[in-house]
Design a protein around this ligand. Structure first.
Ligand code: 2BA
Length: 109
């Protein structure tokens, strides 16, 4: 058994949830925040039998889009109190960031 942790964009999260429900795949949805953009994203935790891991990865791959997003770098103020204002820069986000971990034990009491 494996634990799949998938970080997806909020815009793709509902479609992915529908695909999990359709396929009978149990998933827990967490509201998370990216450390770089500091904007919201969605993390799914999916406990799944080894033989269905590829199916989960395929669903994530099919539903997650790559998007361009603008972010404004933080303003730096140096010792002379001069600030360098940050211009917005474009970054590419997604499709999805996925980790697959082994599960030692799985219990549902
Ligand atoms: P964020 O940390 O907000 O990052 C959003 C996007 O900003 C990233 O998209 C990447 O294109 C860019 N980015 C992130 N850190 C950067 C840096 N130091 N310099 C330049 N550009 C940078 P993705 O790679 O698609 O990541 C989307 C989200 O997935 C991330 O949101 C974060 O929440 C998560 N993530 C990505 N890599 C991770 C990792 N190694 N461990 C844990 N979470 C991760």
């Amino acid at each position: 058994m494996k634990l799949v942790i998938a970080i997806v964009q909020d815009k793709d999260a509902n479609r992915l949830r529908s695909e999990f429900v359709k396929a009978g795949i149990g998933a827990t949805r967490l509201s998370t925040t990216g450390g770089f953009l500091k904007s919201g994203n969605t993390t799914y935790m999916i406990g799944i039998e080894d033989k269905r891991v590829q199916e989960v990865l395929d669903l994530i791959h099919e539903t997650s889009r790559t998007r361009q997003q603008f972010m404004t770098p933080p303003v730096n103020i140096d010792a002379q109190m001069e600030s360098t204002s940050g211009y917005p820069v474009e970054v590419q986000v997604g499709g999805a960031t996925v980790f697959v971990l082994p599960i030692e034990q799985f219990h549902q009491f």
